[in-house]
Design a protein around this ligand. Structure first.
Ligand code: ZN
Length: 882
């Protein structure tokens, strides 16, 4: 392929007229599968790219030579390009400049030649110009304050790229679809005093004078365009050799002390993955690269060999990092590293199967984390993600895990909790059913069969079934091709009077929160049943009721690895409730979540949930207790503005105070790690519930913090969240000063977002105005508005509607469709559905509205819960002396 590139550079010396732009844009039409994709007449083999960024002017110029295979005779080559200006387009060996037709909506550039191109190999050379954005799309800049050698604050700018799903086309005209894999060689003209980064190490440097040099990175393996990366800035890198790979963490100069934790995590994880996947990590280096700021859309991105993280997901600042921060960094490192195989080495053929990347990585992050840190109980924590996914999956607007994606805007919608959390939960269920070893062996076969290529979901099932004694494909199809949540109903038969042996009748239905209009569905469900004196047994339920011999009472979905709800009829429920305090934490949490969700949906009385809530023992696992804290906090939010709230709050405070009495405000050296996270949650929730003593304590501790006292990280987090919600103008001003004076970017952003948390509406309005004042960094502003939306959703939505022209450029292109719906997703006021619709009509194209039905279903459901379930709670509280 080099041969064609040389011929092309010879061509460039001839010089030719500027390309003519066609009058009418070429338009892509749906293919046989209904997808708007590039024509298949040509495919890329290799890209040779040179970029010259002008960071100060936020522009860059580039040139690329693409080795292309033309498969069918054609006059026109269509590539993806967005916000790209074309200076010169030439095909090596042909004198004619093509006509160029741009289609900004479909983000394509079509090059039409005077005579047809016969099948064969070509080199297409393009000189072009592009933009450097201020948000994480394409090539983007992040600004921050740094200290100069004389101690003064100086403004610094670093550059990074973010291409998934469809923004590589903002960096280089390209075949920007995941199945168009090619190799890449990237060169860049950069300042000699900055560090340039890409997927591969630098292989050559050429001084250019004037403080500039040209760096060339090694050629990548064959990969999808969305995995290409370029970064440039005043960075430092710490690194270590692990299994023959140079593993590094790259941060802003001065931050290396906060990078060691992530480097340790990566060094732990790499050998585990090398062994698990059966293929060694194939690149010579693996960098974890931190950038200041934040995105409304993502925290980290798995660019092959050059993973990008916003600092919150990478750095651990010992002064302020909490236990949950440490767990989060470890888990995000594990997630992105899993993608180096699942996603980068083997990539989904199209965005329909995005879950193959994300569901798998979301499962694998827990697998490896549980291996190295069993004390974190990540599988137990993961039940909360499953609970959240089931909430979405049981409402209108849900979709199957594998979903048709027709165009690039829909591709952005695919990054949701069904793809990630349901995907991960279904994989856990399948792994449990197949067995750990069979599942791993199937994964190894899948990776080996599709390395450097693309795959679809069925390729994975086929490889697992080839080695698993228990076949998974039927179960897998049911859970990935159908939307919705199964519900296994449990009836006790023959247990009365003889609880040592008995029978359970299990039947299947569909758990729906608003699904009255939906057709009933059936799934093939593996159900694990465990009596209190026997081993667990697995039964497949695929429609007809099944009778299981067991002792009573039995836990259905024991271990909680199944993706379904369990509904115990009254007699079975009272049996399980009487045993509740002695169950494993996983089953305690599963039953708490199922009972709560079923009660809210009207399948069971609210009394069952409140009964379970009062039975959780005082020494329960902190993860289970934290879930209860969250449920009581959620109920309180639903009560906002209703007369029953005072009585509910008295009940909830009485329920939570013993937890606080046990965990206290400050950490103890011998406590379980998750106790810290529980402490933070219980304090924040008691603050929200109006516990006067907790609020007074928090205010006193906050004044100590302002006065210079160092608080423990968890204590600090809780104190800040309580005073921010309950802020008066003087407190708000103090938090504002902390934001302005904060030493690190992470801390600064945290304080600015806290300014949006106030319950006082006048302060919420001040926070909104501040967000767009230019004072906070551009990537911080959307976070402040999101923070306001938690207690003032209508206000936040109205503000974004009025100021969309200013807010929209502050969002990553991928986040524009989902930002406004998220602001109101927790609301219970149906008027916001109309407001959201008006917003969508006014500001977004129809294909960017994918999240709207989900959020509108959520608001509708919250409104029904408020109207129907809270009176049940009121009655229970009255009956129980509340
Ligand atoms: Zn991911």
């Amino acid at each position: 392929m080099k041969r064609l590139i040389l011929a092309l550079f010879a061509m460039a010396a001839i010089g030719a007229a500027q390309p003519a732009l066609a009058q009418s844009p070429a338009t892509l039409v749906p293919n046989a599968q209904g997808r708007i994709v590039l024509p298949t007449v040509a495919a890329p083999l290799h890209y040779d790219i040179l970029v010259r960024p002008d960071a100060a002017k936020l522009t860059f110029s580039g040139s690329v030579t693409i080795d292309i295979e033309v498969k069918v005779q054609t006059r026109t080559l269509v590539l993806n390009a967005a916000d790209i200006g074309f200076d010169r387009v030439r095909l090596a060996g042909r004198p004619d400049a093509p006509q160029i037709a741009l289609n900004p909506e479909q983000q394509t550039a079509a090059f039409t030649f005077a005579s047809p191109l016969e099948p064969g190999l070509y080199a297409l050379h393009i000189d072009y110009r592009g933009k450097i954005y201020r948000q994480a799309s394409g090539l983007f800049a992040l600004d921050y304050d740094a200290s100069s050698t004389d101690g003064k604050t100086v403004k610094q700018r670093a550059l990074f790229t973010q291409f998934e799903p469809t923004d590589a086309r903002r960096f280089v005209p390209s075949f920007d679809e995941p199945a168009d894999k090619a190799t890449f060689t990237l060169s860049a003209v950069v300042p000699t005093d900055q560090m340039a980064l890409s997927n591969m190490p630098i292989v050559s440097r050429t001084p250019l004078g004037g403080g500039l040099e040209r760096v060339t990175f090694g050629q990548t393996p064959k990969m999808s365009s969305y995995l290409l990366f370029f970064g440039l800035g005043d960075f430092e890198r710490i690194h270590r050799m692990v299994d023959g790979v140079d593993v590094g963490v790259v941060v802003k100069r001065g931050d290396t002390g906060q990078a060691e934790y992530a480097l340790d995590a990566a060094a732990h994880i790499l050998p585990y993955y090398n062994s698990y996947f059966g293929v060694k990590y194939p690149l010579p280096k693996l960098d974890l690269i931190g950038g200041p700021g934040s995105s409304q859309f993502f925290g980290a991105m798995e660019n092959w060999g050059a993973i990008f993280y916003f600092e919150r997901d990478l750095l651990i600042d010992p002064r302020i990092a909490t236990e949950s921060d440490r767990q989060n960094v470890y888990i995000v490192v594990a997630h992105e590293m899993a993608h180096q195989w699942f996603g980068d080495l083997v990539t989904m053929a199209w965005w329909d199967d995005l879950w193959l990347n994300e569901g798998f990585a979301s499962w694998m992050e827990n697998k490896v984390t549980d291996h190295f840190h069993p004390e974190w109980r990540v599988w137990l924590q993961e039940l909360e993600s499953k609970q959240y996914a089931m909430g979405t999956d049981a409402k209108a607007g849900t979709h199957p895990i594998v979903q048709p994606i027709h165009d690039i805007l829909q591709a952005q919608d695919a990054f949701d909790d069904i793809t990630y959390s349901k995907g991960a939960a279904v994989i856990r269920m399948l792994e449990t059913y197949a067995g750990e070893d069979a599942w791993r062996d199937g994964v190894r076969r899948y990776i080996a069969a599709h390395a450097y290529g693309n795959a679809v979901t069925d390729d994975l099932w086929r490889e697992v079934d080839a080695v698993s004694p228990r076949k998974i494909t039927d179960i897998a199809h049911d859970f990935t091709l159908k939307a919705g949540v199964p519900m296994i109903e449990v009836h006790e038969g023959g247990c009365a009077g003889d609880r040592a042996s008995g029978r359970l009748e299990l039947s299947q239905g569909r758990f729906g929160l608003d699904a009255a209009d939906k057709a009933p569905l059936h799934w093939t469900v593996p159900v694990v049943v465990k009596g209190n004196i026997e081993r667990a047994k697995t039964t497949l339920i695929d429609g007809a009721p099944v009778s299981v011999v067991t002792n009573c009472p039995s836990v259905v979905n024991a271990g909680q690895t199944g993706y379904f709800r369990t509904l115990y009829e009254a007699r079975a429920f009272s049996g399980i409730a009487s045993r509740y305090a002695s169950l494993d934490p996983d089953d305690q949490l599963g039953i708490l979540n199922d009972t709560g969700s079923e009660a809210f949906a009207g399948y069971a009385p609210m009394a069952d949930f409140l009964d379970i809530a009062t039975r959780l023992p005082a020494d329960a696992n902190p993860v289970v207790e934290e879930a209860l804290v969250g449920q009581l906090g959620g109920l309180d939010r639903l009560y906002d503005g209703l007369p029953g709230q005072a009585r509910f709050r008295a009940f909830a405070i009485a329920r939570l105070q013993p937890i606080l009495a046990r965990v206290g405000w400050e950490s103890k050296p011998d406590e379980a790690p998750n106790t810290q996270s529980l402490r933070s949650s219980v304090l924040a929730t008691l603050g929200r519930l109006g516990d006067a003593e907790v609020i007074a304590q928090a205010k006193a501790r906050f004044q100590a913090l302002v006065g210079g006292t160092t608080l423990q990280p968890t204590e600090r987090e809780a104190v800040l969240s309580i005073v921010a919600v309950n802020a008066d103008p003087a407190t708000w001003d103090q938090i504002h000063s902390l934001a302005r004076d904060a030493k690190t970017d992470l801390e600064k952003r945290e304080y600015y977002e806290l300014l949006g948390a106030a319950r006082d509406e006048a302060l919420a309005k001040r926070a909104l105005a501040l967000a767009l004042s230019g004072e906070p960094a551009p990537t911080t502003a959307p976070g402040i508005i999101s923070s306001v939306s938690r207690l003032h959703p209508a206000l936040a939505l109205q503000f974004v509607d009025t100021n969309w022209a200013t807010v929209s450029p502050l969002l990553d292109s991928a986040a524009r469709g989902e930002y406004a719906p998220r602001l109101v997703s927790g609301a219970a006021d149906p008027a916001l559905i109309d407001a959201l619709d008006r917003f969508g009509d006014a500001h977004l194209t129809p294909s960017a509205l994918g999240d709207f039905p989900k959020v509108e279903a959520s608001i509708r459901y919250n409104a029904v819960s408020r109207a129907k379930r809270l009176p049940e709670v009121d009655r229970w509280l009255a009956a129980h002396g509340g």
